[in-house]
Write a protein that binds this ligand. Structure first.
Ligand code: CP3
Length: 347
């Protein structure tokens, strides 16, 4: 073992430390805006195969770190690997995004539990171990899963969709059955995140990318309850890692999410006003966010003033700088360097 205590700014911030220079990483930092990712990706026949190949996935995880002074690495994987492991025929169609066999309400949900096995996604543990072995000592390794509602919408709709209509109809028409579906995804997510913690993840993140548009009682039932169950399920299994929750698009409901789920940090999207949240969140709640990915694409003066504004809006609170959603494939990599310089060098 190497001697000396590694100083990891993200872990310090998640432990409640504040400072003038927030640590920084970028949502979707490994991906198509990097030419070296696009080249590596050609080595696998399908996206799922790529995710399940620890050699390629660990290389993709580390790629952004060799270019940029980032404070975190996020394991290269996807939120749809759980439906993949439930035999939903998950595949990615170029230009169209993810597709899978839609869940029919008449199918017995017990079938999902029966076919699910952690072994089908074991490779992610090996990716984490490989990355941990090569990680610079100031960099924090993040593991993740999709949150149950978001994953369920892909399963019910058979892919991405604008308004999650079939999922919302199901939730109104058969709420108990919908709870049961979310409970199955909750259990699988607990096992999957527990495995990632054992394999070397130092922080866990829950991506609730489609938390928008739900009335308050549904937000409590289908978003807050499963997140709280995942957090408590992990704690019961002895996982004491910090957990970041990202209920994207839910506006001020994120304050309730932060308070009621037991998460360590709340990731905000760009539409959520930092000043409002600074006032309404418990002072000990860590925040992550929330630069508009479009201003990162633009760069220059608008980027500089946004970085300043966001840093100021969270002043005095533990803050991890990040985007409000994923970096887009058309963003010049140079802008990421510019962003990191601004975060670290603007007082
Ligand atoms: O650095 C990283 O963050 C890479 C790891 C990562 C991926 N997906 C790789 C990926 C992570 C953390 C995700 C999370 C993810 N996946 C989310 C939550 C975050 C968010 O953006 O809201 C969601 C909703 C998905 C589902 C998903 N996967 C979609 C909708 C798509 C297609 C759209 C797109 O961005 O292309 C994917 C495919 C995907 N996942 C790609 C990558 C790099 C692109 C496919 C490819 O490179 O071949």
């Amino acid at each position: 073992m190497a001697m000396g205590i590694a100083v990891k700014p993200i872990l310090q911030t998640l432990a409640g430390q504040t400072g003038t220079v927030p640590p920084v990483w970028i949502m979707r930092q490994a991906g198509r805006y990097l030419p070296e990712y696009r080249a590596l990706r050609k080595g696998a026949a399908s996206f799922v195969e790529f995710c399940l190949n620890p050699k390629m996935a660990s290389e993709a995880t580390l790629q952004p770190l060799s270019r940029f002074d980032l404070d975190a690495a996020i394991v290269f994987a996807d939120i749809l690997l759980i439906p993949y492991a439930m035999d939903r025929d998950v595949h990615f169609v170029a230009g169209e995004g993810p597709k899978m066999r839609p869940l029919d309400r008449k199918e017995p949900l017990s079938q999902l539990e029966k076919v699910w096995s952690l072994e089908k996604v074991d490779a992610i543990g090996e990716t984490l171990q490989r990355v941990r072995d090569k990680l610079p000592q100031n960099v924090t390794l993040i593991g993740f899963a999709g949150a149950p509602w978001t994953v369920a919408t892909y399963m019910v709709e058979g892919g991405g969709s604008k308004d999650k209509w079939q999922s919302r109809l199901w939730a109104w028409q058969e709420p108990e059955q919908f709870d049961a579906l979310l409970d199955i995804l909750t259990e699988a997510s607990i096992e999957y995140l527990h495995m990632q913690a054992k394999a070397g993840a130092e922080v866990l993140k829950l991506f609730e990318s489609w938390a928008e548009g739900l009335p308050a009682p549904f937000f409590d039932r289908f978003i807050i309850r499963p997140a709280r169950n995942i957090v408590s399920g992990l704690r019961q299994r002895g996982v004491d890692l910090p957990i970041i929750g990202f209920p994207r698009g839910c506006g001020t409901q994120a304050a309730r999410y932060a308070k009621e789920t037991g998460i360590t940090a709340i990731a905000l999207d760009q539409a959520q006003d930092g000043l409002w949240f600074n006032e309404h969140l418990d002072p000990s709640m860590v925040v992550q966010g929330n630069l508009d990915p479009a201003v990162l694409r633009v760069g220059g003066t608008p980027l500089q003033s946004e970085v300043e504004r966001i840093k100021q809006s969270f002043a005095g609170r533990p803050h991890i700088f990040n985007l409000g959603h994923g970096i887009t494939p058309d963003t010049p990599p140079e802008h990421v360097r510019e962003l990191i310089d601004l975060v670290k060098n603007i007082p």
